[in-house]
Write a protein that binds this ligand. Structure first.
Ligand code: 6CS
Ligand code: FE
Length: 303
């Protein structure tokens, strides 16, 4: 199977078929997680653990003053009536609390500056071994007393099927702006799961992304595949102080629980894609998602 880019006529083979069969499949990943040994803020040990586990933790990425600055920005956006009414804002299923705001780097100059910061984009370039562009940014607020969880999934499975991302040569960074505890819905990752692509069952309905961003059902792995991966790799809880960060590979099996504590788990997520891995037509969806979820401006971030 392949997809043809209608703009260029370029045909791209589909090495990760998903949402096309009536039973799940486990496919060995062909590509590395780390694409260079370039020197930079990440040490050789950091790069080795990203290659092995699929993620790296950065205990302090932001200074306390920066945490204060970006937290104020998150509060401004969450309480801004225009932002709340914007199509890029997703509210919780069970309440009208803001769940996520997408394309936040276009809504906040401060976030745009952070995205391009060497501490953030530079680490992504080191891992991906190329120039990078922004595929997606979002704030996940996960408010106290009811912030919804995110069921197990591979981001790459969705970005491949619905956005047309050819290979898993993309990396996310989750920057914590509140303390991420085990009890308030921290990120959970199966270390090493990024080396296996789980092909999911169930065709992608047209225009289902809005609902999916509130509670994903299509593109979620079956329980047998999840059990196989959890038995093989275990589950690690990525806790950390405000200002800490986690870089994680696009194909990590990850999720997070709901938050019934009084303490919000608010993080900024930035997804960097390699300029060598730009989007083509969706591999398994009737049409691409809007560009505020899967960007189609492939302009590299300045070094
Ligand atoms: O579909 C997406 O692009 C978004 N959904 C999840 C559950 N994680 C990645 C991303 O934010
Ligand atoms: Fe995700």
């Amino acid at each position: 199977m392949a997809v043809t880019d209608t703009a260029t006529g370029r045909r791209t083979p589909d090495r990760y078929p998903t949402r096309i069969a009536d039973r799940p499949l486990l496919i060995d990943r062909a590509e590395p997680a780390v694409w260079s040994n370039d020197p930079g803020l990440l040490s050789a040990d950091d790069l080795a653990s990203h290659q092995r586990d699929g993620f790296i933790t950065v205990p302090q990425l932001l200074t306390p003053d920066e945490v204060t600055l970006y937290s104020a920005e998150l509060d401004r956006l969450a309480t801004n009536a225009g932002v709340k009414a914007d199509e890029r804002t997703i509210v919780e299923k069970t309440s009208q609390q803001v769940r996520s705001v997408f394309e936040v780097h276009k809504l906040s100059d401060a976030v745009a500056k952070l995205v391009a910061d060497e501490r953030v984009a530079g680490r992504a370039r080191q891992i991906l071994g190329s120039d990078v562009y922004v595929h997606q940014t979002r704030i996940n607020y996960k408010p106290g007393f009811g912030g919804g969880g995110f069921y197990w999934h591979s981001d790459f499975e969705t970005w491949h099927a619905e956005d047309g991302m050819p290979s898993p040569r993309a990396v996310s960074i989750s920057i914590s702006l509140t303390e991420n505890f085990a009890h308030n819905g921290c990120l959970m990752i199966m270390p090493g799961s990024h080396r296996t692509f789980v092909s999911c069952v169930g065709e992608t309905p047209a225009d289902h992304y809005k609902e999916s961003l509130r509670e994903q059902e299509i593109g979620t792995p079956d329980r047998e595949s999840l059990t196989t991966l959890a038995d093989a790799h275990g589950i690690q809880m990525l806790t950390g102080a405000a200002g800490s960060a986690t870089l994680f590979d696009s194909n990590c099996m990850h999720g997070s629980g709901s938050n019934i504590t009084p303490y919000p788990r608010s993080n900024i997520f930035v997804v960097f894609n390699s300029v060598e891995n730009t989007l083509v037509e969706p591999f398994s969806a009737p049409s691409p998602r809007p560009t505020y979820i899967g960007a189609r401006d492939f302009t590299p971030l300045p070094r």
